[in-house]
Design a protein around this ligand. Structure first.
Ligand SMILES: O=C(O)CCC(=O)C(=O)O
Ligand SMILES: [Fe+2]
Length: 280
């Protein structure tokens, strides 16, 4: 197994493994590399859905994503990315084509217990474009001006699927969208496994910052949006068929480029991973 750093302080690539036959020691190395680099790509895998699910379960508990409309027909834990991107009238469905491309974000913060990780297995790549961008929440925290750190200490962000504009998102059924309740998370967080501090924030799904006027909350959200992609802590992933990429939603932001030729295929299987329940 070879582990190589890819980005600037974020992102690593692993080659020379077959994840279907990996023993515990081998998996431990991947897990360690993932904690150290926030985002890890294992190259050159060819998996069935069952094999992808079995490997993904080694990282934690798989949960079906809130978007039932994009579920894999036989495996509810798998979300299909890039499938059915044309409407019946032939127009492009931007909610599918540009999923994850609105801005940098972290997945699952609209849940009480956000996703620990998201993992994608790449099945088809376009001839150009379609990259995924990553940035480190650790560095975002480290580079926050002291004034902002002071303002944010003890403050909670309130998140909801429709974000600040409460805009309906057709990836959810209307009933599921209406049933969602806002949840709150500390903006200055601490990673449970590494103990490092993070700027935990998401301009797409945040509704407001608790305990502030609407104007002050909006102004702070704008300012924090500018702090999410610090220089020196970014990585751009260029996909190859067979890649498995896992990112840590507790310490990294990501964004899809959303720029590939729409008539071409860009397809991934995706799983949402939570902490495993405590074992007894
Ligand atoms: O398709 C991508 O590059 C990432 C999309 C995204 O944001 C996600 O799957 O959470
Ligand atoms: Fe995402």
């Amino acid at each position: 197994m070879e582990i190589r750093c890819l980005g600037e302080g974020i992102g690593a690539q692993i080659t020379g493994v077959d994840v279907t036959t990996l023993d515990d020691a081998g998996f431990g190395k991947i897990y360690r590399a993932w904690l150290d680099h926030n985002v890890v790509c294992v190259r050159g895998q060819k998996l069935t859905p069952a094999q992808f699910l079995a490997y993904s379960r080694r990282f934690g508990r798989l949960v079906p994503h809130a978007s039932k409309t994009t579920q894999h027909p036989e495996h509810p834990e798998i979300t299909m990315l890039g499938v059915n991107k044309f409407n019946p009238d032939g127009t492009l469905n931007n909610k599918i084509y540009r999923r994850g491309a609105t801005n940098f974000h972290t997945d699952g913060n609209f849940e009480e217990e956000p996703y620990k990780a998201t993992q994608l297995h790449c099945l088809a790549v376009p001839s150009r474009g379609g990259d995924t961008y990553f940035a480190s929440m650790y560095t975002a925290y480290d580079l926050l001006p002291a004034r902002l750190k002071q303002t944010l200490e003890g403050k909670f962000g309130v998140y909801i699927y429709g974000g600040r504009r409460k805009e309906y998102n057709p990836l959810l059924t209307q009933a599921d969208f209406d049933a969602r309740k806002p949840v709150r998370h500390p903006i200055l967080g601490t990673h449970r496994e590494t103990g490092r501090r993070v700027l935990y924030f998401d301009s797409v799904k945040i509704s407001h910052i608790e305990g502030m006027s609407a104007e002050d909350s909006d102004a702070l959200i704008e300012e924090l949006t500018g702090c999410m992609t610090p220089h020196g802590a970014q990585y751009t992933h260029k996909w190859q068929v067979g890649d498995i990429v896992i990112w840590d939603n507790r310490c990294s932001y990501h964004q899809a480029a959303g720029d590939y030729p729409p008539e071409e295929e860009r397809i991934h299987w995706r799983v949402s991973i939570k902490e495993a329940p405590a074992s007894h």
